[in-house]
Design a protein around this ligand. Structure first.
Ligand code: TRP
Length: 454
């Protein structure tokens, strides 16, 4: 079943880079600012922080420990732990659903990452210099409707992602993350500096993110915050579990998890602090929706001196963020098939890449040839986004927390979390057993089911 070579283990700091790289992605830079805008700024941020701490952090620890205990891919890992703990075999669906979710998410994630690559190039060419809001909007509409062009960028992005995965856990993932992550953080800090000193709207942006408005905390905001907590921490599909398998034994899982969660949150907030002042300086609206990053922001850059350079840097940062997340979306499936069949990583990675690329056509065409094909949640793209973020990830999250909280044998937990005192262990277990599943059911599935009857 498995190959003979021992599973690779990363250097001490790589897991933090990898998990942060997975966590920080389009979710932080593209989605978080605009949903914060849509749901009333600071009120939403607070609910989101609560979800991250009460649900995200405990489930994150649960995923890592399964991975590190077994040093296997998510499917093999859950199989083994279920066997060792006498848990029902049905728990295997967690791993399978995770691999599937990764493929589905990457298919549309790659398209949006591809949009960023195009924007990086167009920024550098000065396409947005002095452009009006209306022209920026029209440009975005024309671009996403240009099937061939978007397919080209989707292809470029997939080729880069697959090349990294194919090069291996150490030579591909570890090496590229060592370059991408410092660049990402460096560019972000530069952009926050730019936003602080050159826009003249910095405090406006900060106030927008942090000014509290309790009326804005609606039930819908709650659902969004919870769903986003899962998405942004890459939970619910085995990505973090897969990376856990490469984490050295001397790392403390809880401490590392805390660092990653803080980094992810800090980067989302810093991205907001970079983006909002720039958008305000360009005369744009904060609650601009998904077009915030592709319409209001480029127009704002185009209205400022040196904006072309800063805008290019911005979209380069987005590309790094997307790439370091993309690799975590296919690594679970790739590690599973290489371990299970013994086939070479290059072949498996290419195979996965082709499947994701083909599926991606559905999303790309959702904005052009098939923009009129609508069912359930909307276009193919809308359905993929909805199915993965609103159903598969929360479901994966519930199953992982129930599995780890209720079924996994205590000695496994104690072996992996030696840093926890008995009290701290009980506290963590309470969150994994009760708080996380109940909160997910209340926030995600109850509204979902009620939505059917409305
Ligand atoms: N967390 C990433 C983001 O915020 C997306 C992502 C990467 C992801 N890997 C994942 C989401 C696994 C869910 C599951 O953009």
């Amino acid at each position: 079943m498995s190959t003979s070579s021992a599973p690779p283990v990363w250097a001490r700091t790589t897991f933090i880079l990898a998990a942060t790289g997975s966590a920080v992605g389009l979710g932080n830079i593209w989605k978080f600012p605009f949903i914060t805008g849509e749901y009333g700024g600071a009120a939403f941020v607070l609910v989101y922080l609560a979800c991250i701490l009460a649900i995200g952090l405990p489930v994150f620890v649960a995923e890592v420990l399964i991975g590190r205990h077994t040093r296997k891919n998510p499917i093999g890992a859950i199989e083994q732990v279920a066997r060792e703990s006498g848990a029902p075999k049905a728990m295997n669906v967690i791993g399978l659903m995770g691999v599937l979710a990764g493929v589905l998410i990457l298919s549309f994630y790659s398209m949006i990452a591809g949009w960023s690559l195009d924007y990086m190039l167009e920024m550098a060419k000065g396409t947005f210099d002095g452009i009006s809001q209306a022209d920026s909007e029209a440009r975005f509409g024309n671009f996403i409707g240009d099937f061939d062009k978007v397919m080209l960028w989707h292809t470029v992005f997939m080729v880069i992602s697959v090349s990294i995965i194919a090069a291996g856990v150490i030579k591909g993932l570890e090496k590229s993350l060592n370059i991408m992550m410092p660049m990402l953080v460096g560019i972000l800090l530069l952009l926050v500096g730019y936003s602080m000193f050159s826009t003249g709207h910095f405090m406006e942006g900060v106030n927008y993110l942090f000014a509290f408005n309790p009326e804005a905390v609606t039930r819908e905001a709650l659902v969004k915050a919870m769903g986003h907590a899962f998405f942004t921490l890459s939970l619910g599909m085995g990505a973090i579990m897969t990376y856990g398998a490469y984490m050295p034994n001397e790392n403390s899982i809880t401490k590392t998890a805390f660092v990653v969660v803080c980094m992810d949150t800090a980067i989302a907030l810093l991205a907001g602090m970079a983006i909002f002042p720039i958008v305000f300086a360009g005369g744009g609206e904060a609650a601009a929706g998904p077009g915030l990053m592709f319409i209001a922001l480029p127009q704002a850059f185009g209205s400022m001196p040196g904006g072309a350079v800063w805008g290019t840097l911005f979209f380069l940062m987005v590309a790094f963020a997307a790439l370091s997340s993309a690799i975590s979306l296919v690594e679970p499936g790739v590690s599973w098939l290489t371990q299970k069949t013994g086939t070479s990583r290059k072949v498996v990675a290419t195979g996965f890449g082709v499947v994701v690329w083909l599926l991606g056509i559905l999303s790309v065409a959702s904005f052009s040839h098939w923009s009129d094909v609508k069912f359930l949640a909307g276009t193919f793209f809308d359905n993929l986004d909805y199915l993965t973020s609103n159903i598969m990830l929360p479901l994966g999250g519930i199953l992982v927390s129930i599995f780890v909280g209720w079924f996994v044998a205590k000695p496994i937990l104690e072996e992996q979390l030696p840093e926890l005192s008995p009290k701290a262990m009980s506290c963590w277990l309470f969150f994994v057993r009760v708080v996380a599943p109940v909160a997910i059911v209340l926030a995600v599935f109850v509204p979902l089911v009620m939505g059917f009857f409305e």
